[in-house]
Design a protein around this ligand. Structure first.
Ligand code: SER
Length: 341
């Protein structure tokens, strides 16, 4: 008898950590985790199986398909926006070809199982590309269809993969005579910058938020690479995990689209600085603008309109900025660095 499982790629990443811990608390869910690097120790007990490997390895995906009835795929593996700029073609391979491999696998599994495999995909505010600051201030909360002109390889990859996900759900092999009845059920969230208490992001451009906080907690100096007046949306990790699980569990007939914005708070870098300074008054934080990274952040929206997610599947964040710091980030971060002292 083949086992029904949830497959999570990019298991060691920031979202992977939070998602695996949360999913493992739910009864009857078996997790198969995949990552290039050995699984973080803290996740070992939460997973039924861990496979160290590459999403570009089609033999590996083939073996997975032979062994498991994968009912849901959370495809989290990706190279983030700053890192992708250092080797755009490699990023493209991982972000796009990797996603394509998993989408095809999802379709194949759906056909075998006679049921649509859910494909949950985190996209990003990086899909937006606002031409100048004046427009950015004027637009304020932008909707899903606006300004989809990304200026980063990561943003281009995410936007294209959103489209691929919709293509594989609705139109894959549309001219074939033996076209299967079942394809995947692709659902996607465009995340703002995420702040976790447990992990630090690697290679993103919204990283100045979490980096500022974690450096202060560790007593290390930090030079913020954007101007104090820079504003983009952020979200506490528990809300990001909650949104993924909500979208996965939403009834098909309630969804009016497959790609959704979500948002919770949208501080300037100065407001983040003040919040961090309040908690760590001796923190040594300076602002040293890195112009190319600033330009990337300037092209991202000040905030997003998430009314579609609110209306369709009842999205509502648990944390505003104050609550995120006081009830989640600060207590957990203090605990984290006490343990590693
Ligand atoms: N946090 C991501 C990045 O900065 C954006 O989704 O690349």
């Amino acid at each position: 008898m083949r086992k029904e499982v949830v497959l999570i790629t990019g298991a060691n990443g920031e979202i992977g950590h939070g998602l695996i811990k949360e999913l493992s608390k739910r009864n009857g869910i078996q997790i198969v985790a995949l990552d290039l690097k050995p699984l973080d120790e803290s996740l070992e007990a939460c997973c039924d199986r861990f496979i160290q490997g590459d999403i570009l390895d089609s033999m590996l995906l083939g073996r997975l398909m032979a062994e498991y009835d994968i009912t849901t795929i959370y495809h989290l593996a990706s190279i983030l926006s700053t890192k992708a700029e250092y080797n755009p073609e490699t990023a493209h391979k991982i972000n796009v070809e990797g996603t394509l491999n998993l989408l095809r696998m999802g379709v194949e599994l759906s056909t075998w199982q006679g049921n649509s495999v859910k494909f949950i995909y985190p996209s990003s505010i990086a899909v937006y590309g606002i031409p100048d600051l004046e427009t950015k201030h004027k637009e304020s909360k932008i909707k899903e269809w606006m300004w989809c002109n990304p200026i980063t390889m990561y943003g281009c990859n995410k936007l294209y993969c959103e489209n691929l996900g919709q293509y594989y759900t609705q139109h894959y092999r549309q001219l074939a005579k033996d076209r299967g009845k079942h394809s995947i059920d692709f659902r996607c969230i465009r995340f703002p910058g995420l702040i976790s208490a447990d992990t630090i992001p690697t290679g993103g451009t919204s990283d100045y938020g979490p980096e500022m906080l974690h450096s202060a907690a560790k007593g290390e100096p930090y030079a913020c690479f954007v101007r104090p007046d820079t504003r983009i949306p952020f979200m506490a990790m528990p809300d990001a995990i909650k949104s993924l699980l909500m979208l996965e569990n939403a009834g098909c007939d309630t969804l009016t689209r497959s790609v959704y914005n979500i948002t919770s708070f949208a501080p300037t870098a100065q407001e983040l600085y003040e919040m961090v300074k309040k908690a760590y008054p001796s923190a040594n934080i300076t602002f040293e603008v890195n112009p190319p990274r600033q330009a990337i952040i300037d092209s991202w929206p000040e905030d997003c309109d998430d009314s579609a997610a609110r209306n369709d599947w009842g999205w509502q964040p648990d944390y505003d900025m104050q609550k995120a710091f006081n009830n989640y980030l600060l207590p957990s971060i203090r605990e984290l660095y006490r343990k590693t002292d």
